[in-house]
Design a binder for this molecule. Structure first.
Ligand code: IMP
Ligand code: MG
Length: 175
């Protein structure tokens, strides 16, 4: 089986939206510092680009979770593969994720982080597939709502490929 990638959201559109999100977040957090928690690996590209557009002080930490899924579906069983390096107690934490699909990964992660007593905890995602939601998650900042399709690029992978595409593309399988 081989796959083709069709552009869904162009590089220019993504960049424009990330700038807008950075401006809104900067305004919302005026006078405070943000601890950006990047969800590896998918959230890396978005975290870096977003951080460049935020004007209040930011610090970074990284977390890696695996959902025991196959290539295109998450199973709902979440395991922390790499935990944060630092405490988030009393910090204004903004979790940065590539995409919310079923919502299982993030609802688990947010509950886990909440128990560590941050001053505030918000969620920012580049993409959201609301039609696919199985578990309720409160998303504070969304880049784009997209229909139910498997997408790659800007950090998102298909079997670990295509993360470095500068746009969001749809994977079309053939063969
Ligand atoms: P959830 O737990 O179902 O919300 O799954 C979230 C995770 O599944 C994301 O962080 C991605 O790693 C992965 N994922 C979900 N949809 C896609 C997609 O369309 N392309 C690439 N990865 C995806
Ligand atoms: Mg992934």
């Amino acid at each position: 089986m081989s796959e083709k990638i069709r552009v869904m959201i162009s590089e220019e559109e993504v960049e424009k939206r990330v700038r807008e999100m950075g401006a809104v977040i900067s305004q919302d957090y005026e006078g405070r510092d943000i601890r950006l928690v990047c969800v590896l690996k998918g959230g890396v590209f978005f975290t870096c680009e977003l951080a460049k557009r935020i004007t209040v002080p930011v610090s970074f930490d990284f977390m890696s979770v695996s959902s025991y899924g196959n290539d295109t579906k998450s199973s709902g069983v979440v395991k922390i593969v790499k935990d944060l390096d630092e405490s988030i107690e009393n910090k204004d934490v903004l979790v940065v994720e590539d995409i919310i699909d079923s919502g299982r990964t993030l609802s688990y992660l947010l509950e886990n982080l909440k128990s560590r007593k941050p001053r505030s905890l918000k969620l920012c995602t580049l993409l959201d597939k609301p039609d696919r939601r199985v578990t309720e998650v409160q998303v504070d900042y969304t880049g784009f709502e997209i229909p139910d399709a498997f997408v790659v690029g800007y950090g998102l992978d298909y079997a670990q490929k295509y993360r470095n595409l500068p746009y969001i593309g749809i994977v079309e399988l053939d063969g």
